[in-house]
Design a binder for this molecule. Sequence first.
Ligand code: PLP
Length: 386
Amino acid sequence: MIKKVYLDYQATVPIRPEVLQRMNDVSTDIGNPNSTHSFGRKNAATIYNAKNVLADFLGVSSKDIFFTSGATESIEIALLGVVKKILPNLPKKDWNIITTPIEHKAVLNTIAEIISDHPNIQVRYLQLDQEGQIKPESLEALIDEHTLLVSVMYANNEIGTIFPIRKLGKIIRLHRSKHKSDYPVFHTDATQSLMYLNSKVDYLGVDMMTFSAHKIGGPLGIGALYVSPDAPTMRIRNGNPKESFFSRGTTSPTLVAGFARAIELISKLEIEKTVHLQRHLWSKLSNFPGILLNGPAIGEHRLPCNLNISTGIPALEMLLRLDLEGVAVSAGSACSSRSIDPSHVISAIYDDHSRVHSALRISFGYATTIEELDFFVKILSNNNIS
Ligand code: PLP
């Protein structure tokens, strides 16, 4: 008899036992990693080794990886750093930033902050189709010599859309070489894709990449930022080289060691297992006549860990019914204990009130079983969705 089923992996992936083991192993090593003595040096070596694991995974130099408290902080540093660096050296004209309307709020809120501080910067949105996908050519239509920054997520956290980052990277590089310019800088939020997609920086052609450990089975409270050494961005604060945006205070060896261990555990086999889970779940749900699939069709343009469905029953009501039965899924964003704001992602794609207000995200991963998915399906059918 199943008691509790966690299907909210895209909010946070349960920490992996191997990660906990690694964190436990290093957590008793005393000493500030910035200290010169042998205690400090041991912890500094733990950080150095962890950075190398991340650098290898992305195919970059460890000098270009910076630890943060999570993807939100990485994104703020990445986007604000570019504007702070480039804008003061440019003539007072109208500039623009290109993004999509379905980025995570960490990106959209940072861009909103930039625009409110700089009224001469406008935001341009890439157009989405009915599956929440963009066409690379739509970037060609928007980009011009006044584009400072392009920020497009690698994969969406609500509907799992995989964006064509490599193609966008090629367009941006071509544009820069045509205009002999070092901008627009290209940033991708890879928080949801890290576990499932090719994350090599050279392959993607990005200048900045941001991500977080807790979305891959690592600990909460640690993220990272990759910045190309050629990207024009502000690395130091207040003009003081000792105060860097990229290294804030003392890094935790325990957290970074856990992060690196989670990276090491990413495996093809597990990706295949997740693909199987997704297919299984959709084969059951697609038999329910009332259910609509939100986002791309199951396949190469959708993350394997995600399904997003509209049931016709208000999302909060459904979420609570499932929760009472021990099943955790997610819907929109909780704005107070009693209401849920409809998801900005679903609202950006569908002009259908019932679909938008009844959307549920089901996300799963390494520890999910077929039995758990079947249990979820059974509860759904017991709740008049069939
Ligand atoms: N970007 C995406 C696509 C996300 O899904 C999330 C978290 O949900 C974030 C950024 C923010 O991540 P963090 O919780 O590490 O700040």
